[in-house]
Design a protein around this ligand. Structure first.
Ligand SMILES: NCCCC[C@H](N)C(=O)NCC(=O)O
Length: 417
């Protein structure tokens, strides 16, 4: 009884530490958007360069995230969390103190190499300490605290207004939050050494088989396509270009634009675990996913084609941003067997990173080509069209997924195909 209680306490302590580390990590990821305008004014960066600072996060993971998953299985969640948090810290420091664009980009590259594998390691940590019970809720909470990190980055022009006179102090604050993440990872690893997770697997000697990738059913591939299209639009738009877009097209100042962007994350802090809980209660996933995916093109259309209040598009994106991740990862576990869940996520993140990277580069290139800026707000139209088309295709994949695997029996089965 006492031992069960102390196991539960340790599990929640690990969850809190992993969530704190996740907070720092997401803060760093989203630290470029708020300084995009300053980087252009003070360092003369083009939109392509700004886009590249986020694209380069995803680029190495087009390959490395599969390797990262294998390393997590091989060396354990705790060791990999510390190692990758250290790499992230190094990357954030390099970006903040860089003398040139190239070194700054190298910092973001390093940060990206660490951060995505860190994401898998932290997911594995939570899964191991909550093996069986409350795992979805604990994962939802961890994701929610990560979103709080993104929200804080967007609010930083308001909270640390004096730091935003220059491009460098905001990036130093980001490096400080990476240091906090590293410290949290170290404490978690210390706890894991003394109190190993009950659900921690023995180091795996099983070989990775490329053939396994072909065994996923059709519904899984629709889910993968949705993952690529939806995350590409939401991250390239919201983490890179939306703050500039709000400033230049909708006339908001930097603090207001950051806050408008940040409310989406704030909503997700509460709504992501709540939607996950709701889907679990109703035991329906695909219809919710289709609904969440549809809201993204609707929000973009409201932004680009109307003069309606920015609150309307913010609420629509907020629901989409809470609903889609809350459903996507549990639904993946319903569509593939547990023995291939890691491979399934790894493959989705490989394609997702390629998509995010490509979307950042294409959007930056479209803006530069059309000379988008405060003097030429119409120059953002090609970027919005690009995001609109990609998000409609994503919604179509979600609808196809609903048709192919969205009936009640399918969704409740462990492995429909
Ligand atoms: N930190 C922002 C990028 C996260 C990408 C990651 N591969 C992912 O999909 N995480 C789940 C999420 O919804 O954030």
């Amino acid at each position: 009884m006492t031992s069960t209680r102390s196991n539960t306490t340790i599990a929640w302590l690990v969850c809190a530490l992993v969530a704190a580390a996740q907070f720092g990590n997401y803060y760093v990821y989203d630290s470029i958007g708020p300084v995009a305008d300053l980087l252009q004014q003070q360092r003369g960066f083009s939109d392509t360069q700004v886009g590249l600072l986020n694209a380069i996060y995803s680029l190495p993971n087009v390959v490395l995230i599969l390797v990262g998953g294998i390393l997590v299985d091989r060396f354990g969640a705790a060791r990999m969390t510390v190692l990758t948090a250290g790499v992230c810290l190094l990357g954030a420091l390099l970006t903040a103190f860089s003398p040139s664009f190239e070194v700054m980009a190298a910092g973001r590259l390093l940060f990206g190499i660490g951060a995505e594998t860190f994401g898998i390691a932290t997911m594995a940590a939570v899964a191991q300490y909550f093996a069986g019970a409350q795992v979805a809720f604990a994962m939802g909470l961890t994701l929610a605290i990560g979103r709080l990190g993104s929200f804080s980055a967007d609010m930083s022009p308001t909270w640390f207004a004096s730091a935003y006179q220059n491009w460098q102090p905001p990036l130093m604050i980001a490096a400080a939050s990476a240091a906090t993440a590293f410290a949290a990872a170290l404490v978690y690893a210390g706890i894991a050494r003394r109190h190993p997770a009950p659900g921690a697997p023995a180091p795996s000697a099983e070989r990775f088989e490329w053939r396994d990738l072909l065994h996923f059913g059709r519904a899984y591939w629709y889910l993968l396509a949705l993952c690529v299209l939806w995350y590409s639009v939401i991250l390239a738009f919201r983490s890179t270009f939306s703050i500039k877009y709000f400033q230049h097209v909708h006339g908001l100042d930097l603090a207001a634009a950051g806050a408008m962007n940040g409310y989406v994350y704030l909503a997700a802090v509460f709504a992501t675990p709540a939607f996950g809980w709701l889907c679990d209660r109703l035991r329906r996933y695909a219809p919710f996913l289709a609904f969440g995916a549809l809201l993204l093109p609707l929000a973009l259309a409201v932004l680009a084609l109307t003069h309606w209040s920015l609150w309307i598009s913010t609420v629509l994106i907020g629901i989409s941003y809470s609903l889609v991740p809350a459903v996507m990862w549990p639904l993946t576990s319903k569509l593939v067997g547990p023995e291939r869940f890691g491979t399934a996520i790894g493959l989705m993140w490989v394609a997702q990173n390629a998509g995010i990277s490509g979307a950042n580069l294409v959007a930056g290139w479209l803006n530069d080509r059309a000379a988008a800026g405060p003097q030429n707000p119409a120059g953002y139209e090609p970027m919005m069209l690009f995001f609109g088309v990609a998000s409609v295709l994503g919604a179509a994949c979600a609808a196809a997924l609903w048709l192919s695997a969205g009936d009640k029996e399918h969704e409740q089965a462990r492995r429909p195909h």
